[in-house]
Design a protein around this ligand. Structure first.
Ligand SMILES: [Fe+2]
Ligand SMILES: [Fe+2]
Length: 466
């Protein structure tokens, strides 16, 4: 495994060196030719073991689909900068790659004249692109979604996570394959229905807060990992890391965890120690993935490393911790607790943007909102026309004005034929035709509408989780 990782690191380093040589001396210079041949042999060795090499760029960091590592980013800065300049988010080299193709590709990467048009050139074994945007299935309506299946998977997962926690405390070794299977199934059901994912996030019961929060963080982190184009194996690893990110809270007194009023300095320290407890618990269990340990330790550290626990030697947060931190804050702000209501979506957007480059990675925050908008698909909203609508799809050019499906007229009467409205549409005087007044909470004024849309029976199953 370690050898294989080194092989990937060598490959990235040699791609970068060859590119530098081509930039400095041109592709026909002996240095560049030698470097290219050496790189090509590297690729040949790699393709004996693997069918493709995936590379992704997040901010100033490079990662490979096979391993989320960063020590390398500092050494290949120029390579990252060149990819950034050309707006390339990911690169894929496939088995069958030949020397001429590789040379042609590196040459056009180094060519300052070729910018966006690089996407138009086609190479048989090299793919490049931008991180995708998840599309929902337009024809899917809420009541057709397989809610029964989702609820039973969620229940199964809840029981298994609780069981795993007990096993971990008792020091037993765990078998994660089952957990991974359920998480993957649940995710597969939700990815095609982004709207349902966000509806589900809003429906956590207070009593199950810690579990629901962990599950929400898991799903949101898988969602981000998918947008980043990580391979399924890594999405599962991030899922498990998300599921157990707050495991250290089992070592914190309930009284402190659930305290509503002002908390003392001592209590803050105790709360913060959940990161240390978590990483200790995970470390003591050999079956846990290293990534779960890292995430549990780092998720409150912040990209500026000024959060907690205090660290002296760490240079940067792992990509997985950055992903989980975005999910963690989003879900914490959006959760409904006995002592606090759900935070309005526009405020969540503002706060998360304020945390850029401090607690959160700027690039990931942007990518997240580019994909879910301020009003995520699945949000029930009241329009200024008093109509009731469900957010269907975001408009990347205006995150505050998505496309919505209107279900109820201004008098609250269910429409026989629903219609889709693009909230960026204006009348001939340049005024917007409609705008969102507010989100309608599924627990408050939206309850009647959501339960009607889902069907009363399904709604009851969903809120009672039976
Ligand atoms: Fe935490
Ligand atoms: Fe958390």
């Amino acid at each position: 495994m370690q050898d294989f990782l080194n092989l990937i690191k060598d490959l990235i380093r040699n791609i970068s060196l060859t590119l530098q040589s081509i930039l400095l001396y041109g592709e026909s210079h002996t240095r560049s030719v030698k470097s290219l041949e050496f790189l090509y042999r590297n690729f040949e060795d790699f393709f004996l073991k693997e069918a493709e090499l995936n590379l992704g760029i997040v901010g100033e960091e490079i990662f490979s689909g096979k391993e989320i590592f960063f020590e390398l980013s500092g050494q290949v800065k120029d390579f990252i900068r060149i990819l950034r300049d050309k707006n390339i988010d990911f690169l894929r080299f496939k088995r069958g790659l030949n020397l001429e193709e590789l040379k042609g590709f590196l040459k056009s990467l180094g060519d300052k004249e070729i910018r966006e048009d690089i996407f138009k050139i086609s190479w048989p074994h090299i793919e490049l692109g931008r991180f995708g945007e998840e599309k929902i299935l337009k024809e899917t309506t809420l009541h057709k979604v397989n809610i029964e299946k989702i609820i039973s998977l969620q229940k199964l997962l809840c029981e298994n996570v609780k069981d795993s926690l007990l096993q971990t405390i008792e020091g037993n070794s765990l078998d994660f394959s089952f957990l991974i299977r359920i998480v993957n199934q649940l995710f597969a059901l939700l990815t095609f229905r982004k709207e349902f994912l966000f509806l589900l996030l809003n429906l956590g019961r207070e009593q199950d807060y810690t579990f629901i929060h962990s599950l929400n963080v898991t799903l949101l982190s898988m969602f981000q990992a998918k947008i980043l184009g990580l391979p399924p194996k890594d999405i599962s690893r991030i899922a498990l890391a998300g599921l157990f990110h707050d495991i250290g809270k089992i070592a914190i007194k309930r009284k402190v965890l659930e305290k509503k009023g002002k908390i003392t300095e001592g209590e803050i320290k105790e709360l913060q120690s959940h990161t240390l407890w978590g990483s200790k618990i995970i470390l003591s269990n050999p079956n846990f993935d290293r990534l779960a340990f890292i995430v549990s330790f780092e998720h409150h550290l912040g990209v500026d490393l000024r959060g907690y626990p205090k660290v002296r030697f760490l240079k940067r947060q792992n990509l997985a911790s950055k992903i989980v931190a975005v999910s963690d804050i989003y879900d914490a702000l959006r959760s409904r607790r006995a002592y606090k209501d759900v935070m309005p979506l526009e405020r969540v957007y503002t706060i998360m943007n304020k945390e850029k480059a401090r607690l959160l990675d700027s690039y990931l925050v942007d990518l997240f909102f580019r994909n879910v908008g301020v009003w995520p698909p699945g949000t029930l909203v009241r329009l200024d026309t008093q109509e009731v609508a469900l957010v269907r799809e975001i408009n990347p050019q205006d995150l505050f004005r998505p496309q919505v499906e209107v279900f109820y007229d201004s008098k609250g009467k269910r429409l026989e034929k629903t219609f889709i409205v693009d909230l960026t549409e204006k009348d001939k005087n340049g005024n917007f035709l409609r705008r969102i007044l507010r989100e309608m909470s599924p627990w408050g004024e939206g309850q009647r509408f959501i339960s009607e849309l889902l069907g009363e029976k399904f709604w009851q199953r969903l809120i009672n989780r039976v």
